[in-house]
Design a protein around this ligand. Structure first.
Ligand SMILES: Cc1cc2nc3c(=O)[nH]c(=O)nc-3n(C[C@H](O)[C@H](O)[C@H](O)COP(=O)(O)OP(=O)(O)OC[C@H]3O[C@@H](n4cnc5c(N)ncnc54)[C@H](O)[C@@H]3O)c2cc1C
Length: 397
């Protein structure tokens, strides 16, 4: 038996296990009628869509079809455009898909149900204990389920990780972000442009990311250290800064508001000592969305790595030697986690520009962007993309 939890990473792990012919059960703490609002992990890379299609044919294609891609990107510095690029027309999903996490989870859940994978709702895991022979999953209702292997995809406050005594390592920044989803005006939509504004004059010099997704806009506003974040997050506060960035007609169209601190933490180990439990997704790592939207995309890779390693170990008899590859896969994903954490951290350093030198370099790049494309490209990519896992020169994850 295989278990995980039905956030997106748990759902994907279950589909991947099913595609390998492994019998799987999903355990979820909440009820089936729960509501998970907000766009959250909006952007799925092309590679992620392809992976999803291999786990469950048609899933990636559906998410590509239902999402949007933007044909144009732009960065500004103090209100002046420093970088702009228009991409050639491409088929839907050619570069990836921007679609709210709520719709992603809905599609994943439908594929899980079609595959006949059982989900046990209202089944909160309290802890796990593993031996050389099996894993025991202890639910808070007092029952225990035995499994050969477990993918722990129980999110940022993972009970599984805690019960295994695995620490999260990495810094936590004081930088606060207020994020909103804004409904599009359906009969007169704005052009699909992804924008990053350094020191946007309309919001008193704060940084803002503007990201289109299916049906709306996602805005991430970086609060200043002396800001009253509650006020920026209040109904009046969000209405004011959304109207200043997107235009007056969006003032009353805020559909969801949240805030986050910039975490950059990676689990010290991704597997238990017996290599029967594999941490995946936010149970294993926390990155902010900047620097390439790595959270969910890398969670899908964790799930794939876990299931391939478990399937290989099971095929080879499941003894300690066969399970060593699970540990090795966990270590590879841990290193990928640090790579992603560093990229997200680089994006934060760029946005904060805490030193005189950082600020001078940014000002210099913005000035030089009047004549050359490369400095503007640097300003843009440093915050929005960094280099994705797959482009890492030294490590193939
Ligand atoms: C406000 C906000 C904005 C975000 N923006 C972005 C973004 O722009 N880009 C990006 O890439 N990512 C973003 N993320 C992160 C993204 O949402 C996560 O990467 C993604 O949800 C991780 O999926 P997951 O399946 O690992 O964990 P979760 O989505 O947290 O799912 C965990 C699941 O486990 C269940 N669970 C928890 N504890 C237990 C237990 N003890 N027993 C059983 N079940 C349990 C939960 O109910 C849930 O269903 C954002 C997150 C938030 C909160």
């Amino acid at each position: 038996m295989w278990s995980s939890a039905p956030g997106p990473v748990g759902l994907v792990a279950a589909l991947a296990a099913h595609s390998h012919g492994l019998r799987t059960t999903i355990l979820e703490a909440e009820g089936s009628n729960r509501l998970r609002p907000g766009s959250r992990a909006t952007y799925l890379y092309r590679e992620t869509l392809d992976q999803l299609d291999t786990f469950s044919p048609g899933l990636g294609a559906r998410l590509a079809r239902e999402g949007v891609t933007w044909p144009r990107i732009r960065s500004t510095y103090h209100g002046r455009t420093v970088y702009e690029r228009t991409f050639p027309r491409a088929p839907h999903g050619a570069f990836g898909s921007s679609i709210s996490q709520r719709l992603q989870e809905q599609a994943m859940l439908e594929h899980v149900e079609k595959a006949g994978i059982p989900i046990r709702w209202n089944s909160r895991v309290g802890s796990v204990s593993s031996t050389a022979d099996e894993v025991s999953v202890h639910l808070v209702d007092g029952s225990t389920i035995d499994a050969d292997y477990v993918v722990a995809a129980d999110g940022a406050h993972s009970a599984v990780r805690t019960s295994l005594g695995i620490e999260m390592e990495g810094p936590r920044s004081d930088a606060s972000f207020v994020i909103v989803d804004v409904d599009e005006v359906a009969d007169d939509p704005l052009p699909l442009v992804r924008e990053f504004h350094y020191r946007h004059p309309a919001v008193e010099g704060r940084n803002v990311l503007v990201l289109p997704f299916q049906g709306g806009w996602r805005l991430d506003l970086q609060a200043r250290r002396d800001d009253d974040v509650e006020a920026l997050q209040s109904a009046d506060g969000t209405a004011a800064w959304v109207a200043a960035v997107l235009g007056e007609r969006y003032r009353e169209r805020v559909a969801w508001v949240s805030r986050y601190r910039f975490h950059r933490a990676v689990a010290a180990r991704f597997t238990d000592p017996h290599n029967r439990v594999f941490l995946a997704g936010e149970a294993a790592h926390l990155f902010a969305p900047f620097g390439g939207g790595r959270g969910l995309n890398s969670g899908v890779r964790d799930a794939q790595a876990a299931i391939e390693a478990f399937a290989g170990a099971a095929r080879d008899g499941g003894d300690a030697a066969a399970r060593e590859r699970v540990g090795a896969a966990g270590e590879t994903r841990r290193r990928a986690g640090h790579f992603n954490a560093d990229a997200a951290g680089g994006a934060l350093a760029q946005m904060e520009a805490n030193t005189v030198l950082d600020r001078a370099v940014q000002r210099g790049a913005a000035f030089a962007a009047r004549w050359w494309a490369r400095p503007g490209m640097w300003l843009d990519s440093r915050v929005t993309s960094g280099s994705a896992e797959r482009f890492s020169p030294s490590t193939r994850f």
